[in-house]
Design a protein around this ligand. Structure first.
Ligand SMILES: C[S@@+](CC[C@H](N)C(=O)[O-])C[C@H]1O[C@@H](n2cnc3c(N)ncnc32)[C@H](O)[C@@H]1O
Length: 221
């Protein structure tokens, strides 16, 4: 049984795409850019970036299963000529310096050591171009003063509605899991459900800490 499909987790993750679009529109116009989506996962935002930009999007991730799901979506949408999903780490990616016109990441950089990730982002990005980070306010504030060390300057931000990740993701997912367990009884013990429940508990216990924004930072000349 595909638990994510049963719970329709894609629909919940998709609720945030509207905010990705709004953040994208804060950028200066890009003419058929080449975009790197770092830690793309199953890639809903990767697909959305391709639709928004009219250029090429490269999604990278270390999770092979998530990339397989993304590749299915790419095929179904007929976007194979514009999206490439590659199984590499940000820290071992093989791309040349200045390879991308835009770097995008949603929920990834806070997992990584910023003393390595920010310099690598700087290396991959062309001068004066943008890195967009969808992260919690708490995390962004913790790294904000380190941006200049990697030649990035803060330019703009787009804040998600307060407690978005609770109201539009955690709370409805909790309700779906409750209903699922009621219907399926003992069959329902799975690592996937536990993983979701841990995420829900984290958000529920302190929704302020998961208040998020999209942060636009620019590489210096
Ligand atoms: C919270 S998920 C976010 C996925 C996707 N960006 C989204 O918003 O739906 C974090 C992702 O970062 C990926 N990741 C973790 N470390 C990575 C690394 N060193 N290089 C590339 N991706 C990484 C994970 O495999 C996972 O898919």
């Amino acid at each position: 049984m595909d638990i994510d499909q049963e719970l329709n987790v894609d629909e919940l993750r998709g609720r945030c795409l509207e905010h990705s679009r709004r953040a994208y529109r804060l950028l200066p116009p890009l003419d058929q850019p080449r975009i790197l989506d770092i830690g793309c996962g199953q890639g809903q935002q990767t697909m959305e970036l391709a639709r928004l930009c009219g250029g090429e999007v490269v999604g990278i991730d270390i999770d092979q299963a998530a990339l397989s799901r993304l590749r299915q979506q790419i095929d179904q949408a007929g976007l194979g000529d514009r999206i490439n999903a590659i199984h590499v780490s940000l820290f071992d990616n093989g791309f040349d310096d200045n390879s991308f016109d835009l770097l995008w990441e949603e929920g990834v950089l806070h997992l990584l050591d910023e003393s390595r990730s920010l310099p690598e982002c700087r290396r991959l990005l062309k001068p004066v171009e943008y890195l967009v980070m969808h992260e919690s306010i708490v995390w962004f504030e913790s790294i904000r003063e380190k941006l200049p060390e990697s030649d990035f300057e803060f330019v703009d931000q787009y804040m998600l509605p307060k407690h978005f990740w609770w109201t539009d993701y955690g709370a409805p997912l909790e309700e779906r899991i409750r209903a699922f367990r009621e219907t399926h009884g003992d069959v329902t013990d799975s690592p996937k459900l536990t993983e979701h429940e841990n995420v829900i508990a984290t958000i529920k216990n302190d929704p302020d800490r998961t208040d998020c924004g999209f942060y636009l930072v620019r590489k210096s000349a």
